[in-house]
Design a binder for this molecule. Structure first.
Ligand code: NAP
Ligand code: ZN
Ligand code: ZN
Length: 350
């Protein structure tokens, strides 16, 4: 039997979200049915609802920062049982055979990962995300949430957490490394916490000094406003690693000049428009400009275990689903401290 689900959807590009009922597939032998407790709001949800990257499918139920408890498991499921605390991130399947998949880097699957929403399942049905009360996912794409992490504060780890953890580890942020996080929003604030826990010296580059006090509390050693031209003079050639989380266009050339010899700027923010790059800021210091996309299932579990050990979770504002459209506006105005998380039980009020 298919699973009846209630959620919130956008019916067309840029539309406000409203109540929407739909069905999910009948669980197969390897599937888990999850009773969703919380879902974080990622800026990607706004890009996708706005069809800013093209190819958005509607109706769209966004949400890829999902936590909840297992309701039922298929007969061949071995990793989870009813009642377990679990999470689902940005993808729910991949080919499982290609080079990246065989290296536990399913996010770079050459056939394309099956995204949690705005994607297409292997059987051709559209995927729908976590702004809903239940989801059916293959056990291999489900994460275990450690007991000491509350489900609401852990939800943003499933995208924001792994999106910053993966490049920080890949580019070896740690003791003796000077790391800058550009943009202190949902994913950026996780970058500050994680880079600090990894032992790096952390600097926040934010467009104003409004979040300075918060930044320091999150673990930043330094905080600068990028609206002040003096910031770019003072920090020239300073950083080993910069992670750019900004969702809007920035002059990347200006930022590349802040890298030390052999430094790398890793882009994780995905603005709507492309950005021109000059070759000089790169060749001048053997610098690299790179990108990074979320993380694989194995690394996401490692990140959750790291967060458990260091007692790290997201700074959140929990909202009922009825306030989701208001939350989108506040995110666009950089008025979020630092992630909105939807309490999915609020769907019962509809
Ligand atoms: P968010 O909470 O809105 O944070 C973005 C931050 O960027 C803001 O808090 C703000 O920080 C800064 N910012 C926004 N507009 C700006 C502007 N016009 N000029 C300068 N700075 C600006 O968004 P998020 O959820 O963290 O996501 C950020 C980006 O990452 C989005 O594009 C999202 O799609 C992308 N993303 C990528 C991945 C990946 O795997 N690569 C995963 C998740 C998200 P300050 O106030 O501190 O300046
Ligand atoms: Zn996301
Ligand atoms: Zn693959």
């Amino acid at each position: 039997m298919t699973i009846k689900v209630r959620g919130y959807a956008a019916q067309q590009a840029k539309a406000t979200l409203g109540p929407y009922s739909f069905e999910r597939r009948e669980p197969s032998d390897h599937d888990i049915v999850i009773d969703i407790g919380y879902c974080g709001i990622c800026h990607t949800d706004i890009h996708q609802v706005g069809d800013e990257w093209g190819g958005s499918k509607f109706p769209m139920v966004p949400g890829h920062e999902i936590t909840g408890t297992v309701l039922q498991v298929g007969p061949k499921v071995t990793r989870y049982k009813a009642g377990d605390r679990v999470g689902v991130g940005c993808f729910v399947n991949s080919c499982r055979k290609c080079g990246p998949c065989s290296k536990n880097l399913e996010q770079y699957c050459t056939e394309g990962m099956v995204t949690t929403y705005n994607g297409t399942e292997k059987d051709g049905t559209p995927t729908q995300g976590g702004y809903s009360n239940k989801i059916v996912v293959d056990e291999n794409y489900v994460l275990s949430i450690p007991d000491n992490l509350p489900l609401d504060k852990a939800a943003p780890l499933l995208c924001a957490g792994i999106t910053l953890y993966s490049p920080l580890v890949h580019w070896k942020a740690g003791p003796g490394k000077k790391v800058a996080i550009i943009g202190l929003g949902g994913i950026g604030h996780m970058g500050v916490k994680l880079a600090h826990a990894l032992g790096a010296e952390v600097t926040v580059l934010s467009h104003s000094l409004k979040k300075q006090e918060d930044g320091k509390k999150l673990g930043a050693d330094h905080f600068y406003a990028t609206s002040d031209p003096a910031t770019f003079e003072k920090l020239k050639g300073y950083f080993d690693l910069m992670i750019n989380t900004v969702s809007a266009e920035l002059d990347w050339n200006k930022y590349l000049d802040l890298l030390a010899l052999d430094g790398a700027m890793v882009v994780v923010g995905i603005p709507e428009k492309e950005i021109p790059i000059g070759s000089y800021p790169l060749v001048a210091g053997r610098r690299s400009l790179a990108g990074s996309l979320i993380g694989g299932i194995k690394e996401t579990q490692e990140m959750l275990n790291f967060c458990s050990k260091h007692n790290i979770a997201s700074e959140i504002e929990v909202i009922p689903i009825q306030k989701v459209n208001e939350a989108y506006k506040r995110i666009l105005a950089s008025d979020v401290r630092y992630r909105f998380v939807i309490d999915i039980k609020s769907l019962e009020q509809n």
